[in-house]
Design a protein around this ligand. Sequence first.
Ligand SMILES: [Zn+2]
Length: 108
Amino acid sequence: MSTAIGSDGDPPVSIVIHSARRELELTWADGTVGHYPAHWLRTRCRCAQCTAIARTGALTAGVSQTVSIIGCAPQGRYALQLTFDDGHDRGIYPFAYLREIDPARSRE
Ligand SMILES: [Zn+2]
């Protein structure tokens, strides 16, 4: 087990799904806390299906603003698989990708 901290590929130390706020909260080893709205994550899914839809520019419009996260399954030490209440469960979100798309870091 690695004791190194601060690497963007490391798993979060805490994963909480806030159903009422439709938000995923991740706490990283360096103390950073990321708040990820479900819609934000859903529209950043990188599965083949969503990537193809995103290429047409229709992914954001095609996802309900009230989409929720109903499941979250760690994939080894590198990623989270998220299940959304629109039935979509193909999204694998590598930890490094989640850090990259932290809404607090993104300025869109
Ligand atoms: Zn997808």
